[in-house]
Design a protein around this ligand. Structure first.
Ligand SMILES: Nc1ncnc2c1ncn2[C@@H]1O[C@H](COP(=O)(O)OP(=O)(O)OP(=O)(O)O)[C@@H](O)[C@H]1O
Length: 191
């Protein structure tokens, strides 16, 4: 895997007429992981969208070297297609190789995405991200809806991605069992 990096400098975020946070900065190199922490509504998902380039920061800027992929509560899979086709749609666009991570979807490939359970849909979204070949994974509440087995498997997939030199930024209310995990609490960046 090519070297990658992700850095945020003095970020501030405003939504509507409210400033959510300010002065957020970090630098991540290949193999590193950052846990975004903070209570409901503080701006973790907003920060994720800024990092992904989907939301303009009120102040500051983001720099990255390496492709980014975001998995949030929207699975970005066509709800009307069978899961196999919905994943193939992205594979054709991403032109990445086979995903190394196994999210146990083999028996669900003919099920329309809209019929998947919460945890199955989450696993499908994670499989899409893992198959994208992106070097920088932005994971917004990746463990939501997953049972203990798939929660552990997802964290193992994150560790495998890091071992290959990838970066992971993870917003999560749930404890994470990841090696050398750095933490950024948005509570320390209130305006
Ligand atoms: N499009 C929008 N316009 C205005 N306000 C918004 C918009 N999207 C989100 N917000 C507000 O921004 C704040 C931060 O939302 P965000 O989803 O980033 O928080 P969060 O830390 O991820 O929360 P949670 O832990 O509940 O997922 C919330 O008060 C939310 O209502």
């Amino acid at each position: 895997m090519q070297p990658c990096c992700l850095a945020a400098y003095d970020l501030a975020c405003r939504r509507g007429d409210r400033l959510l946070f300010k002065g957020v900065g970090f630098e991540l190199a290949g193999g590193e992981a950052l846990h975004l922490a903070g209570p409901n509504g503080i701006g973790k998902s907003s920060l994720m969208r800024i990092l992904a380039g989907l939301l303009r920061p009120y102040a500051g800027h983001v720099e990255h070297d390496g492709t980014l992929a975001l998995a949030d509560e929207r699975p970005a899979l066509d709800p009307h297609r069978p899961l196999g086709e919905a994943l193939a749609f992205w594979r054709a666009i991403d032109r990445a190789g086979e995903a190394r991570a196994d999210f146990g979807l083999e028996d669900l490939l003919d099920v329309p995405v809209r019929f998947l359970s919460t945890g199955q849909r989450k696993r499908a979204a994670l499989a899409r991200l893992a198959a994208s070949g992106a070097r920088i994974w932005l994971l917004d509440e990746p463990l939501n809806g997953l049972d203990a087995h798939w929660g552990a498997s997802t964290q193992a997939a994150i560790e495998a991605h890091r071992a290959l030199g990838g970066i992971a930024v993870i917003a999560s209310h749930q404890p994470l069992q990841l090696q050398k995990l750095r933490t950024l609490s948005l509570l320390e960046h209130l305006p």
